[in-house]
Design a protein around this ligand. Sequence first.
Ligand code: BES
Ligand code: ZN
Ligand code: ZN
Length: 473
Amino acid sequence: MNIEILNNTNKDLDVSIEIKLITNDELKSNKQKKSLKQLGFTAKEDSICILNDKKILFCGIEKYSKDNIRSAIASAIKKLQTTNYKTTKILLNDKKYISSVVEGFILGGYTYENYKTKKTKKSLRNISLIYLQDDFKTAIQLFTNAVTIADSTCYTRDLVNTTPEDLNPVIFTKLAKQLAKENSLECTILNEKSLKKENCYAMLAVGRASRHESQLIHLSYKPKNAKKIISLIGKGLTYDSGGLSLKPATSMVTMKMDKAGACAVLGIIKAISELQLDIEVHAFVGAVENMIGGDAYKPDDVLRSRKGDTIEVRNTDAEGRLVLADVLDYAQDKVNADYIFDFATLTGACMVAVGQYTTGLMGHSTKLKHAFMMKAASDSGELIAHLPFNKHLKKQLKSEIADICNISNKPYGGAITAGLFLDNFIKEKNKDKWIHFDIAGSAYTESPWDVNGYGGTGAGVRFMSSFLMDLNK
Ligand code: BES
Ligand code: ZN
Ligand code: ZN
């Protein structure tokens, strides 16, 4: 499907249907109000009515806002994909809505059918955004950036949706190398032999029962005059069975998505390198499979992390933090970054705390946390909620036999205690540079919402790209 922006209406004749957003108030004075009323259309949020004779698709909207427009366009494109219309257009009067419209079309129109032998027939070939106001140059820029970020979000979704057999840790390195080649990134891979040399014994323990070798992937985008250096760290559990603390059957289904943090990190570096921002970005991925078997790590084991701290394992299903402990430590030694952001489907507790649509944000710097909260509230289209650290919860990670325990000794505040476990591996000088994003709920959905269909959502790609674009200004 092609999407374009035009500053003329010459192509009008070719366009088979026009999309019009309409509020309840606007409906009252619309030329087509009689026909629309006849069809029971009331301009309710995201409701659709097609007038075939007029070649117009009306989509209801409560009021004009980025969030409402994005989700209305997503409803419109989903509907159009079930019809035989080949081309569509929408008239845009305000450039501040260009990115929402692009996101609505690309993210709302996304489907994943790799494993279907019979693909759904989609007739829609071309979408034209018509922008007739001045400053078309800026409009083109906004449009191109939005397309790049939305496409990278879909790239992340594709990776998340790939099955654990088709995307195991070794295949992860292949895909990372491919991205590195296509986007001229530097790429370093650490296999198990190199991970041993690096003393990444926490990470290695998690992957020991898997038949696929664990991998630490480091991609970097290094523009000439970088204004800032960013390290991104992603949890890449290509499958999380829970290990010997085995997950119940129903909780194990969907655990191919436990690599979503790693997939987001690749999506972000893809976007930033294509946007050619003057920001150096490093993506670190811990690609590991958490399985069972005679070689599996066990509850009661004590692991020595790369940092040197010992970790008492009381639950092998709290594996993501063990992998991240080593990858965070490695990343901090390799790159002296201005900001360190980790993305992880870390805890079910985060979904309990903030709901399944929202990313949980944790860290020490009020200023940095505020920046992301503002971003989420304003324009990124992703939901973020702050979960506050405190010293009392930190005590719950105390171990009687090792330096720290991999689970809390109390059943409450699980998302925060997981964040505090990671905090233990953040160097003192980096405390205010680091933010942890728990995307356990937001990264994957089995019931469509907003611009997200079934499966991976690409959580993290949009808000982080938007944050880095602001940093580039
Ligand atoms: N990958 C899971 C977290 C998760 C759960 C992500 C549901 C998405 C949906 C993680 O490794 C895990 O199993 N965490 C445990 C931690 C517990 C053992 C302290 C959890 O959340 O139950
Ligand atoms: Zn787990
Ligand atoms: Zn996990």
